[in-house]
Structures are given as C-alpha cells and as structure tokens.
Design a protein around this ligand. Sequence first.
Ligand code: ADP
Length: 398
Amino acid sequence: MYCLVINSGSSSIKFQIVDPASAATDEPLASGLVEQIGEPSGAITVTINGEKSREELEIADHTVGLKRAFELLDANGVGPTQLEFFAVGHRVVHGGKLFSEPVLIDAQIESMIEDLIPLAPLHNPANLDGIRVAREILPDLPHVAVFDTAFFNHMPPAAALYAINNEVASEHDIRRYGFHGTSHEFVSQQVPKVLGRDPEHTRQITLHLGNGASAAAVHNGRAMDTSMGLTPLAGLVMGTRTGDIDPGIIFHLAREAKMSVDEIDTLLNKKSGVKGLAGVNDFRALREMIEQDNSDAWLAYNIYIHQLRRFIGAYMIILGRVDAISFTAGVGENDVEVRADALADLELYGIKIDPERNAQRSSDPRVISTDDSTVKVLVVPTNEELAIAQKAAVLTQA
Ligand code: ADP
C-alpha cells in the first residue's frame, strides 16, 4: 500500500510515492518534480527505481502539471490507475492555532487552511492549489493535510508567546508557531530508537539545518521551544534568511533607507543569511570559498556557527539536562565541519564529538559522539515524506 505525498509550491510541485512501512533511508518507489509552472520553460522530472526521466513542456497551471505527472507515472506502471494508493498526503506549511494533528481534508478544512493565508501568504495558497487539484483528479481517495507547525502547537506558553502587547497579539494571532515540525518530530522519534532509550525520558535538541534552518528543544516527545516564529524568518542564520535580528532594524531601514515593507521582506528573506554575507547560499559553495580563504565566506560561516551555538546553549538550559543533540537536513547530514564547530569545546558540558565517527559518510542514523560523551550527538537523516505517509496511514487506518 502506497501513499502519494504532495508538496505543492507556488511554481512547483514535489511528489513521492511512499510505502509508510519503509525505513527512513529507503528510496521511495517513485518521486518527481513539476517545475516552472506558469512559465514557458516548464519541466517534469520523474525518478522511478533510481531512473530519472525529464520532459520539458509548458505547464500552464498546477492541474496541467499534476495530470501530466500522473500520466508519466502511469506509463511506468506506478501511477494512480495501476497502484492502489491508500491516501494522498499533503504538506501544509501553516496550521496556525487550529491544527495540532493531521486531518482528513474536506471542503471545511480547505476553507480553514484558506483562512490561515494571512499568516503564510506565500505558502498556504500554493499548498491549497495542490490540495484542490489533487482532490479533483483523485476524488475517491482520502486526502490528508500534515502541518509544518503542528508539532509546536502545544509548546509551553512561555516559549510560544512573545512579550508584545497582548491585545494586538490576540487580535492578529501573533505567536511563535515554529516550522519544520514534521522533521523535528520525525528526528526526535528516531533518536531514542537509535540510542535504545525510553522516549518518555529523553531530553533532546534537534537541529534541522537545510537551506532553511531551525532548532527545537524536545522533552518526552513534546516540543518545548523552537527557533522559528510567526514566520520562518526567525532563529538561526539560513541560506538566504537573516534569522534573529533586532526588529528595530526594520524601522531603521524604512525610515532611513526609505525601503518599503515588501523590499524589506525580500531583503531579510531572500537576500540575507549566508547569501547576503558571502554571495552564495549553498554550503558546498561556501565551503569551497572557505578553502580558498575568502574572508566574506569565513565571516558568514562564523556568524552562522555563533548563532547556532547560541541556540544550543539556550536549549541546554531550558531543558535542564540534555541526553542527545541531533543534526539533520542537507547541511546537518552532510557538513562534517558544521557539526564539529557547532559543538566544539563543550567537554565541560559532557559533549564530545568523535572526529572519526563524525567524518564517516553514511545515510543511516548514527551516533558521532565518543563513548564517554554524556550527551549523545547524532546524525539522523530526516524524511518528511515518509513521516507524512505514516501520519496519513494512522489517520486513514490503512
Ligand atoms: P531545504 O529542504 O531547506 O531546501 P535541504 O535540507 O535539502 O534544504 O538542504 C539543502 C542545503 O543542504 C543546500 O543548500 C546545501 O547548502 C546543503 N548541502 C547539501 N549537500 C551538502 C553537502 N554534501 N555538504 C554540505 N552541504 C550540503
């Protein structure tokens, strides 16, 4: 039994066909990407059994793209007419205060997701496009929405609320929602399994370091704090986002640089972070520049690591005791130096990375701390699609 997992963006749709019983590191049965929707230069890439095929065509809208992708899957024997899918799982970025669990989508749920658009003006409309089109094409299947914010919905109020005027906050639903929740939850559930520990008594920090990056403090399987906020702009330094900055900078730019709200939004979300400091947002490119001793790249890297350590330190104190710290996503899973530097010189706090274990390449979840490190350090590959398929399976009792 397979789940079709859809992650719909404004001009792209990513999809995977996933067996919820597979291991975190197994390849999906098929995966694909519909890109440049609405542009003349569209393309659909489908990978089946590791074999990639690409078709270039103009894709007018999400309906055209998804229909063509299903035809390509069908032509290879893994499409909706040949395979029996038990559900379609949809990644939805913002669930606001409304959703702390995955839900079966009906017209009312669609309109609730629509109501949340002001909180995620870029993401929720695109997610909704994918939901509407997929429900139209596959009306007989259950469709499940899995929210990026859900894992953080029940954080303690002291972590979830800002010290901002409470009337304004409640009128505009201003609070820390957090994002990457499906990944933090998935990784934090793997950690006790890898360590053979009782999840009920595991206190951990999960570090999702991809192009977007966030940290979470987790105790007894529940989120206690996280670095992203009302939007994914807050917290750690990211590929193109600032992470935490003094909000006064925004007023300063508006008053002194006469920048508009949209210009500041673009500056902080798309032209800052590692890219704004060093000109590249991909960590492989940053690493090459560092190897050539480029001073901008060094500075970007040092700011990135400094901010990461700031959050790790804060979460160690918030949790009171830490059993495990885990790294995940593109940078966290692959960049040996980021892991080493993020936790360097913390022996006094019981944190000791084993350089050899850290340098080993593997796609399996693994411990990279020394045997005598009281805090276990792990690399745990994330798999949000598998997590969505598993949640859809639980909800639909497949
Ligand atoms: P997202 O889902 O946030 O787009 P990913 O988790 O796929 O991101 O991470 C993408 C980032 O991971 C890339 O921008 C790149 O910086 C980094 N990355 C991927 N592979 C490597 C690698 N081998 N070494 C260092 N960084 C890597």
